[in-house]
Design a protein. Sequence first.
Length: 152
Amino acid sequence: MSPSKFRLVMNLWPPFLFSGIRVREIAPGWRAVRVELRQRWYNRNYVGTHFGGSLFAMTDPFWMIMALQALGRDYIVWDKAATIEFVKPGRGTVTARFALDEAALDAIRAATAGGEKTLHWFETPVTDASGETVALVRKQIYVRRKRETGAG
């Protein structure tokens, strides 16, 4: 699926659609993604700031999907672990930006070259309109080259 079609699908996916999460950009080659969450009455918490679950959800699938697309069909890529640190109350529109660089891909390829698995951490700040971090999300992905199956 192309990045533009995937963006459309993600924006219609019920967990994103009904939380107000919008994928604004997926770069050609799957190397960069920008996601926004506008504050609405239905995604605020008890004290009137962004609901933490929505802040986490807006970052959830992207590192795994970007790595899978960049590495190709010879690799197995899964989400393994995640953490979120709430830095300050989030209000208004918040943004998460993901940029998958060649150095991270080279490190993953090197670590898995002999068939071993690797666990790689990525970090994503969620920022408000003034650029201040409201939450810091860390995602760990599991990556392994697929095992070759041969006849007999």
